[in-house]
Design a protein around this ligand. Structure first.
Ligand code: PLP
Length: 385
């Protein structure tokens, strides 16, 4: 049985989630827009899921837009909010942190091609956004939208969202927060202290034990949003297309379960993370942790190794029955150095030695022990490749 330590890439779907979704793939299979009883049954499930997700996120149900995943939620926020704000206010400035996921960065690049003025917010060596730089970017008064993720997928750093939100609010800029990695592990949403100035929050189902290709965007009622898909006007005109009710139910169930279990799982994963990191640093001379030492995701270990390519170590680990990542699985198969590590000041060569081990609900102490037992050998074997 192999040890799965790649929960930041995806986490296994939970049985309770599949059971909650099953009725909407079978008996209650109707189109939620249909008026007959099969449609009404699907609609009831969809609206219950929306309410369940909204309750976790401190949002009103009408503020939750169900999407086909985290990427789509980020795209809808970045493109939809920037375009709508520009249309009503004339503001065409967009600020994105240097460590955002490509779902945000590429959407911002699309806005730049439309003539928006897109600027990159600097981060420090721990991957934390530079608040003075943000203040200076916002001082220009032209910013329609700012995107700062809650927790980074590659290095685990958790951003100071309350401080970012306060600056954005004072500057009249909408703040979008990608909470794909943090939802379920940390408190996220409009009800969190200091998040009053947050305009939208993206969540993805499959990082939480839900299903891939399903997610949501919570967007405050007062924030203008131009749709990015056009069609039948579902989701109150914000996201046309027949909603996948089963997947929406899966996302909401997974989010709600993870949130309820957070008080137990977060300290447990934090302890396992610290044990794993300490063991790895002790076993691999020259290895160095990346990301913020304390303001970081509970189950996230990221490090750079002494002169060995991360992807080679990862292959050795896989052969030894431990699955992890050399960076971000979602950002493609390429061996390019990560934009996150480069933004944090690492050189290309060092950035290519990155390794990420991410823990989740199913991770046990024995899994951590197994990773610690095999990693030094995998690193030693990778030297010289
Ligand atoms: N944002 C972050 C921070 C992520 O880590 C990911 C996926 O890894 C995404 C967005 C994209 O989410 P999805 O895989 O649901 O499209």
């Amino acid at each position: 049985m192999s040890v799965y330590l790649d929960h930041a890439a995806t986490s296994p779907p939970r049985r309770e989630v599949l059971e909650a979704a099953w009725p909407y793939l079978t008996g209650a299979f109707g189109n939620p827009s249909s008026v007959h009883s099969a449609g009404r049954a699907a609609r009831a499930g969809l609206e219950a899921a929306r309410e369940q997700a909204a309750a976790v996120l401190g949002a009103r149900p009408g503020e939750v837009v169900l999407t086909g995943g985290g990427t789509e939620a980020d795209n809808l926020a970045v493109l939809g909010i920037a375009r709508a704000v520009a249309a009503t206010t004339g503001r065409r400035g967009v600020v994105v942190s240097a460590v955002e996921h490509s779902a945000v960065l590429e959407a911002a690049a699309a806005l730049a091609a439309e003539g928006f003025d897109v600027t990159t917010l600097r981060v420090d060596a721990a991957g934390t956004v530079d608040l003075d730089h943000l203040a200076s970017l916002l001082a220009r008064g032209e910013t329609a939208l700012c995107a700062v993720m809650h927790a980074n997928n590659e290095v685990g750093t958790v951003q100071p969202i309350p401080e970012v939100a306060a600056l954005c609010r004072a500057a009249g800029a909408v703040l979008h927060v990608d909470a794909v990695q943090s939802a379920g592990h940390l408190r996220v949403g409009f009800g969190v202290d200091g998040w009053e100035g947050v305009g939208s929050v993206a969540v993805s189902g499959h990082k939480l034990g839900g299903l891939r290709g399903a997610g949501l965007l919570a967007v405050r009622g007062a924030v203008p949003l131009a749709p990015t898909t056009h069609g039948g006007g579902q989701e109150r005109g914000r996201r046309s297309g027949t909603v996948d009710v089963a997947s929406a139910v899966a996302t909401a169930t997974a989010l709600s379960l993870a949130d309820a279990e957070r008080p137990v799982q977060t300290p447990r994963l934090t302890a396992l993370r610290d044990q794993l990191l300490a063991g790895l640093l002790a076993a691999v001379p020259g290895a160095r942790a990346t990301g913020h030492p304390s303001s970081r995701l509970p189950g996230h270990v990221s490090l750079v190794l002494p002169g060995v390519a991360g992807h080679v170590v990862l292959e050795g680990l896989d052969d030894a029955g431990v699955q992890c990542s050399s960076g971000s699985a979602c950002s493609a198969e390429s061996e390019d150095a990560s934009h996150v590590l480069l933004a944090m000041g690492l050189g290309h060569d060092e950035a290519r030695t990155a390794l990420r081990l991410s823990l989740g609900r199913s991770t046990s102490e024995a899994d951590v022990g197994r990773a610690l037992a095999v990693l030094p050998g995998a690193v030693a074997a990778a030297v010289g490749h």
